[in-house]
Write a protein that binds this ligand. Sequence first.
Ligand SMILES: [Zn+2]
Length: 480
Amino acid sequence: MKPEKKEEKRLKKEKKAKNREFVIIAYMFAALFVALSAYFCYFLTFKSDDFINSSYNPRLNSLQTANIRGDIITSDGETVATTLTFGPIEKRSYPKGREYCHAVGYAINGMSGVEKEASFRMVRSHDFIIRRLYNDITDQKNRGDTAVLTINSKLQDAAYDAMDDYQGAVIALDPDTGKVLCMVSQPTFDPNTLADDWDSIVSDETSSVLLNRATQGKYPPGSTFKIVTALEYLNEGGKADAPYNCEGEFSFESTTIHCYKGKVHGEQNFTNAFANSCNSAFAEIGLNLDVKQYGKLCDRLLFNKKLPTKIADAGKSSFVLSKDDNSSMLMQTAIGQGDTLVTPLHMAMIASAIANDGTLYKPYTLDKIQSPGGAIVMPYFKSRYGDIMSKEEAGNLKWLMRSVVTDGTGSALMTDKYDAYGKTGTAEFSSNKDEAHSWFVGFAEKDGKKIAIAVVMEGAGSGSAHAVPLAKSVFDAYFE
Ligand SMILES: [Zn+2]
């Protein structure tokens, strides 16, 4: 080979190597760009509100010196939080006191509830521009924007009044949107005196009043869990009209399961057993279920995972049955008395999906931000999670839950004002069989308008005696 040719080849090789370097560097930059963009999107979607609403954000403080923290109102215009001014002194005031304490939250000590979620929005102002100019010239503060809840005051009043002095929770959802229509948790705190009461509240470990039991309380589901057991039974080929003879109790190996207060339900089919909440029938059904499939169904129904909701700090429900568990645990789990724990919010979400042909919308409590004059500044839209069950599954459960109202333990919900569906529960939580939480999980509909609900009243006793009448008060208020 001639020397020039050799040189030419060497140069070509060098050029090729350099090109490769360029390509590698270009790819690296592209990858970096993609990673940064992805983080930016993640930040905007998931983290920016946390950052903006953080009490450590200096921008929040500077806005607070220019604007007076705005109001929080219900979807029907009742003021539930406002800022009173006494000269230069501002005081957060809660005209409805304890009734909304968990939904609205507090604006001190790290904040909670909508006070936290909408904090940044409420210290900004989109008040009428001339008024803001005037305030600027006269050195006065602007009125901050208003946070509008999805909660309706009539439903909240109905739930709060019916809850009486019981501890527990009520939460109702609009199945078509995920809007929280009412949310009550008891015991309550007085948000007007929280700053003074703070030390005694946090040091009292027995009552945990700051805990929002509707979204964070974990309860044994009792017979409301038969909704899940029934679905698994049907999915494994069980028949709605399969016969069962209840003798008031069912025994296997060393375990005996009793029907509530020893009631003998006699000859019945599976649908009747669901309507009557027959423990004997469901304990026997539980023994024959495929534990792996049962667990898979619970996964699909959002057990053991973070719930898809915009409500901060919502708790996880747990279902921990394994194939190594003994027959006693299987029977207990099938009737909702095993180690299963649920939050009222989660049960309301399951009811909501059943009402909605299987489709679940993410629950939320903040509907929109508006200017002090009422112009919409920022609307929050419904967000679809997906189908947690098929239309057919939802239809089967609807049928069973209707039988509870027409022929079973929920008959107090029979009315011509709406069609109600549900499942009662009496969840034992101690060795004393007389101590039980009263549960109701269900929904009601009329002319396309729907509402789903979960009610738990701690230590109140039977579901039909307490939780059902409470659900009825809320349904009545909704369809009035
Ligand atoms: Zn029975």
